[in-house]
Write a protein that binds this ligand. Structure first.
Ligand code: SF4
Length: 337
């Protein structure tokens, strides 16, 4: 058993203040995420040293397109989530608990670091597959060791986290891939059992820090595909995070409790064009469309990174991440060399 972080005493109760649910957890019970438990006199995490999956993935799968393009990243996940998205693609590991899930594997920090170092093309470690916020203690211990070993730390997250733990993560995580699932509170409430406001706050905080962020927006037909809402979302990203923020517009496929048809290609292309009018770097995900995969220099238009699914060729940038044609900076040097 490992003591959980971000626990406070609230009158006679123990309260977890890791994410905005701020669960009061009674003896013998778990929080909404299913993995933080009141053992009788303290809150423990059930998933320290426990993983559900570990794979060496192309970093583009996270998705991160402007952070060490073409590299692999050792991707580690556990179980549990603080959201209840009806469309979750990883619901078998996110919507479960240690009592229900029989495939957890015990592993040490040093095992994970050794595995990451095994691949000469590895950039670091990604905390992903399920929401890493709910296993923050183990993620943090791995990340500290990774940093010591000159490995990069990547967090793939829903952004539903309180300010203090996010501030702590900003000391150790190098790049964040954050889902911005919609731009309406009503969507977050009904479809994810959470709220939009803290996610926007987290995105703004990361974008204004020295750390790197890419944002993903999954478009679900009939639920978050109104042109006006999408346009507001794009303008907000531009104002809060800047014109160079990388945005992935992702195609929905039915999963878990949501049996809706996939996002029409026409909608994706329309949204791609709307976003490209405001932001320099927009990509399409989960689609074989002809556009939305390669990186073009926003200054001269030269194609600088080619992508064919997860094969990536960087042939238009110098060692500092500048366009070979016009010297415009495309990748921050610390994301590349
Ligand atoms: S991390 Fe889990 S237990 Fe803690 S507040 Fe969030 S949902 Fe509740």
């Amino acid at each position: 058993m490992h003591k959980a972080a971000y626990i406070i005493q609230n009158n006679s109760n123990l309260q977890c203040v890791l994410c905005p649910h701020n669960c009061i957890i009674k003896s013998g019970k778990v929080g909404i995420c299913g993995v933080r438990r009141n053992s009788g006199n303290e809150i423990v995490t059930d998933v320290y040293n426990k993983i559900s999956a570990m794979h060496n993935d192309p970093i583009e799968k996270k998705p991160l397109y402007h952070f060490f393009p073409g590299k692999n990243i050792l991707s580690v996940g556990s179980i549990g989530c603080n959201l209840k998205c009806k469309f979750c693609q990883n619901w078998e590991i996110s919507q479960t608990s240690c009592n229900e899930y029989n495939y957890l594997k015990s592993i040490t920090v040093s095992d994970i670091i050794a595995e990451a170092k095994n691949d000469p093309n590895n950039a670091g470690i990604a905390y992903t597959y399920n929401e890493p916020t709910v296993w923050l203690e183990f993620m943090f211990d791995i990340a500290k060791e990774a940093k010591q070993s000159n490995l990069k730390n990547v967090m793939v997250t829903n952004g539903f986290i309180n300010k203090e733990p996010l501030a702590e993560l900003l000391t150790i995580i190098d790049a964040f891939s954050v889902d911005l699932k919609a731009f309406k509170e009503s969507f977050y409430k009904a479809q994810t059992f959470s709220s939009l406001k803290p996610v926007k706050q987290a995105i703004t905080t990361i974008a204004k820090s020295e750390k790197f962020i890419e944002i993903t927006n999954l478009i679900i037909p009939g639920l978050n595909d109104k042109t006006q809402d999408f346009t507001e979302l794009i303008k907000w990203i531009k104002n809060e995070c800047g014109i160079n923020t990388v945005l992935h517009i992702s195609r929905f496929f039915p999963n878990y409790k949501m049996n809706i048809s996939p996002t029409p290609e026409k909608t994706l292309l329309n949204f791609y064009n709307i976003a490209k009018n405001e932001l320099n770097y927009v990509y399409l995900g989960n689609t074989n469309s002809k556009v939305g995969h390669d990186t073009f220099c926003p200054n001269c238009g030269r194609k600088v990174i080619k992508r064919m699914r997860y094969d990536t060729i960087v042939d238009g940038l110098d060692n500092a991440g500048n366009c070979l044609n016009c010297n415009f900076n495309i990748l921050p040097p610390e994301n590349y060399s």
